[in-house]
Design a protein around this ligand. Structure first.
Ligand code: T1G
Length: 700
């Protein structure tokens, strides 16, 4: 009998309906594969059954293997669902809604027919968690849609909408009706007697274009740096073209086994779950009634304000963009239009989508015009008096119950809330530039922020496609604060003799898309110059950075002036090493009396990242972040930390708290207070505890 707790089998109108019911997404958890096998065997043995349907209960078909079971001992089933479905003597129709991903799609590929509702999505996303399709997908998909299309789907791991999947040949029919089960039963009855049964494994794989696989290897070389899974995916699909089916399956199995417990796969699985854990705020009451967010407003039509407005429009939420200056408002709307037009031109956005989204952004010039919005996000100059003036006006204008959020990247949320009569409605909503692209949203809790406000802001972030991450109110909140020591060490090592291009190479080799100095040149050196000047004016003991100061004072502000740390040819963003920069470094360092020396790549990497690991421990001790894995989510989604390394704290665990502590303690002796080891780091060094599992007292 089928395991009817997670897989049900019912006969209706001569059709055996197999329903997987393993919430929340019908992953192939314990008993699911076995349940499918038992159901197929039951249907085959039942003379009343002419054909069968495989479908999912709840919101989805099958979302793939249960990722939580990877890296743990798993019993090998007597018979896998893929084999039972494919060998069935009666036709099986996969009826897809929601998602058919990974092992889910692979089960569907073993069925004889596949139908789907228009909103369904299919894919083989295994590469995104550092493995490859292990249920025959690398051998069957090329037979069904050709090696080129299969290769693109498997190496990208993207989700393919049902209409495109039909055009490719994955889906036989899109069913529009509202009752998928009824549609599937009707479809099964129509094909019940058709023979021979169409089995994907029997299809002949079309010959691949010569060089298809090497071309793919070259095209992914930059983003697949230091990784194995993308290349193993290519090799597996290549086997579908060069080897008989059974041998290809064996090749796929071998390649899969090489990946399952790789560091890269463990890191990517960790990132997957960390990005879901980050949504949990255990200190909040359960089931809080939250305000419905149907309309939004953004104050400030600058780059950030425009990007934030786009995030709302991208998710179908009408948004009013307010700026006191009509010229600034016009410029902001123009920038938004241009951003969408570039995406359409690149082919990453359909024109119809641009035409749908743009009207959702309404430029307005008065606070009265936004007073009825459910949420307002302030995104003006990063100066406290300016923000306080805005919040006083918002407090006077906005309807009761509206969320009043600030996009400030570091200013005191309490000082902003204090100018309103409703500090309980105020929180930080810190977007990362470009706001319509970067997924991280740091939600900052002020001293008087109400639990419902905090929960609503976290939920709002997810509603506009962001990964909301909690931060306590402190200078730089969590993400930027944990990054500041990295920036300081970057500046100090240049004074001590490490060249910008050496530091950049270390970080690019580590897996960053760009080195920190190239990033500085791209964003403009004058931005941090102003910040250093402000801090120096406020704090006589502030340790400035004379070398980037000198560059800015010489007009070398980065790409926008043709030179910064690097030199740039006109109209070209390629950084070129500049001997003039070396001269400036030597001159300023000499003036500071600093002896220049050489650095190893390892010292550079550890000076940069250990300093941030130490700060992350201090942040956790203070309860300003809930979990170390939240900080990893921020580094992955806010700073471009290489995903296949899991995150700052996951990576640090690979070295170990003890070794990191000992190195930091040595630098504390050599360099002084800035390297004082965090108490949490010392405790973990002593206990041998895990950095990535560290949590703040607030998270309990
Ligand atoms: N395994 C275990 N748990 C899963 C899961 C999975 N495959 N997919 C989702 N969850 C949990 C998730 O952790 C969360 O848990 C809840 O379900 C809702 O997920 C043999 C080897 C399907 C697009 O990679 O992409 O098949 O937080 O918040 O935004 O070749 O989940 O509620 O406790 O993401 O609506 C291949 C991964 C596996 C799909 C839904 N499959 N999942 O997104 O919900 S490897 C995948 C997703 C494989 C075979 C190979 C998404 C989603 P909690 P969610 P969502």
């Amino acid at each position: 009998m089928a395991d009817d707790t997670v897989v049900r089998f019912e006969v209706q109108d001569g059709i055996g309906v197999i329903t997987v019911d393993y919430p929340p997404v019908n992953a192939l958890g314990p008993g699911v594969g076995e349940g499918i096998v038992a159901a197929v065997e039951q249907g085959e043995a039942d003379p009343a059954v002419a054909a069968m349907v495989l479908m999912g209960a709840g919101r989805s078909f099958i979302a793939g293997a249960d990722i939580r079971r990877f890296g743990k001992p798993r019993a090998t089933p007597k018979r896998r669902s893929y084999d039972a479905l494919e060998a069935s003597s009666k036709p099986v129709v996969a009826a897809i809604h929601g998602y058919a991903l990974g092992g889910g799609l692979e089960n569907a590929l073993c069925c004889h027919y596949r139908i789907a509702v228009p909103g369904a999505k299919v894919g083989l996303p295994e590469v995104l968690i550092g493995i490859l399709p292990g249920g025959g997908g690398t051998q069957r998909l090329p037979r069904l849609i050709g090696p080129k299309a299969a290769l693109e789907m498997i190496v990208s791991g993207r989700h393919v909408p049902a209409p495109e999947a039909k055009a490719l040949g994955i889906i036989d029919e899109i069913v529009e009706g509202r009752d998928l089960r009824a549609e599937a039963i009707a479809y099964a009855k129509r094909i019940a007697t058709l023979r021979p049964l169409p089995r994907v494994r029997d299809m002949t794989v079309k010959q691949a274009d010569p060089g298809l696989f090497d071309t793919m290897r070259q095209s992914i070389a930059r983003r697949a740096r230091n990784q194995k899974a993308p290349y193993h995916c290519i090799a597996a699909v290549e086997a579908a073209v060069t080897q008989p089916f059974e041998e290809g399956l064996r090749t796929e199995r071998r390649l899969f086994e090489e990946l399952e417990n790789s560091e890269e796969a463990r890191a990517l699985r960790y990132a997957f779950f960390a990005e879901r854990e980050v949504a949990r705020l255990p200190f909040l009451p359960k089931d809080l009634p939250l305000p419905e967010i149907r309309t939004a407003a953004v104050v400030g039509a600058g780059t950030m304000g425009g990007g934030i407005a786009m995030s709302f429009a991208d998710h179908g939420i009408p948004v009013k963009l307010l700026d006191a200056s009509p010229e600034a408002l016009a410029r902001g709307m123009g920038r938004i239009r241009d951003n969408y037009a570039v995406s359409v031109k690149r082919g990453s956005l359909a024109q119809a989508e641009m035409d749908r989204r743009l009207p959702l952004i309404e430029p307005v010039e008065s606070y009265e015009a936004i007073s009825d919005c459910d949420v307002v996000i302030e995104a003006v100059f990063e100066q406290l008096p300016v923000k306080q003036e805005i919040f006083a006006k918002l407090d006077a204008a906005m309807k009761p119950g509206a969320l009043l959020l600030s996009n400030t990247s570091a200013l005191d949320i309490d000082a902003i809330a204090a100018v309103t009569r409703r500090p309980e409605a105020v929180a930080g909503a810190h977007f990362f530039a470009p706001a319509n692209v970067m997924k991280l949203l740091e939600v900052v809790e002020g001293a008087k922020t109400a639990p419902a406000t905090l929960a609503a802001a976290m939920k709002l972030g997810r509603a506009i496609g962001k990964i909301s991450a909690y931060a306590g109110n402190c200078d730089g909140f969590v993400a930027n604060r944990s990054r500041v020591p990295f920036n300081i060490e970057q500046g100090l090592m240049v004074e001590e003799g490490a060249l910008p291009e050496q530091i950049d190479k270390v970080m690019v080799d580590f897996g960053y898309p760009m080195g920190p100095f190239a990033v500085n040149d791209m964003s403009g050196l004058d931005v941090s110059y102003q910040t250093r000047k402000r801090r120096a004016a406020a704090d006589p003991n502030y340790r400035g950075l004379p070398i980037p100061d000198r560059l800015v004072e010489m007009g070398r502000k980065g790409q926008k002036t043709g030179a910064g740390w690097y030199r740039y040819e006109k109209g070209d963003r390629t950084p070129h090493v500049d001997p003039e920069t070396h001269r400036i470094i030597r001159e300023v360092a000499a003036g500071m009396g600093i002896e220049q020396r050489s650095f190893t790549d390892q010292e550079i990497l550890q000076r940069l990242l250990f300093s941030s690991v130490n700060e992350a421990c201090k942040i956790l001790e203070e309860g300003k972040a809930l979990r170390a894995s939240d900080i990893d989510v921020m580094w992955l989604n806010g700073f471009g930390f290489p995903r296949y390394r899991g995150g700052l704290m996951f990576w640090a665990d690979g070295i170990g708290a003890r070794e990191i502590y000992n190195q930091i303690a040595a630098w504390h002796q050599r360099y002084g207070a800035r390297w004082r080891p965090a108490e949490l780091l010392r405790r973990l060094a002593e206990s041998g505890g895990s950095l990535r599992e560290a949590q703040s007292p607030k998270s309990r």
